[in-house]
Design a protein around this ligand. Sequence first.
Ligand SMILES: Nc1nc2c(ncn2[C@@H]2O[C@H](COP(=O)(O)OP(=O)(O)OP(=O)(O)O)[C@@H](O)[C@H]2O)c(=O)[nH]1
Ligand SMILES: [Mg+2]
Length: 193
Amino acid sequence: MLFIKKLFNRCKPPDSCCGKVEPIVGKGLRKIAIVGSPNVGKSVMFNCLTGTYTTVSNYPGTTVEVSRGKSKIGAEEFEVIDTPGMYSLLPITEEEKVARSILLKEKPDIVIHLLDAKNLERMLPITLQFIEAKLPVILVLNIIDEAEEIGMNINLHNLEKDLKIPVVATVSTTGRGIDILKGRIEGYVRGKI
Ligand SMILES: Nc1nc2c(ncn2[C@@H]2O[C@H](COP(=O)(O)OP(=O)(O)OP(=O)(O)O)[C@@H](O)[C@H]2O)c(=O)[nH]1
Ligand SMILES: [Mg+2]
């Protein structure tokens, strides 16, 4: 099943975080996979990065739907993949198997590991799994607004130094931090390739 779907759960305001995209995912583009536990804002971030039109299809041989779209970041256009929620690289559910398969078989050029900043400690172990698996990870502490509301003060610089990967804080529902994330993606791709 393949169809074009208009997604409504977009970040606001659109001008600050959403690039214009063509309706069809292009071939041969470098890939960005958005991964993380369920309910951390992956789909909102996906909409933020890709804009209005995306393709949604069942992952081959499964009933799990995967959304794909395009995003212009700097001068380059990327294919962005919204993966199903996963708790570990060792899959139990069909959703986790699909997420793992996207990571290991499609070999995205960038893996955005999105987590809920409020649950940083609980969610960091999977970041370590990604790093150990030598995946090209950018760690995104999403829902930083709620973390700040409860008085959390996360030192991004120290986290970057300890993990040795880029770390960005975002509020995907408002677009806060998205430009910084795009800048880090640009830098990461330039530095790596
Ligand atoms: N306060 C706040 N809420 C957010 C933020 N990002 C996402 N949300 C909310 O978090 C909820 C989950 O967002 P989704 O994008 O559906 O999460 P998901 O990771 O795609 O969830 P699954 O597809 O079930 O794995 C929604 O109610 C969002 O509006 C954020 O930065 N701040
Ligand atoms: Mg989702």
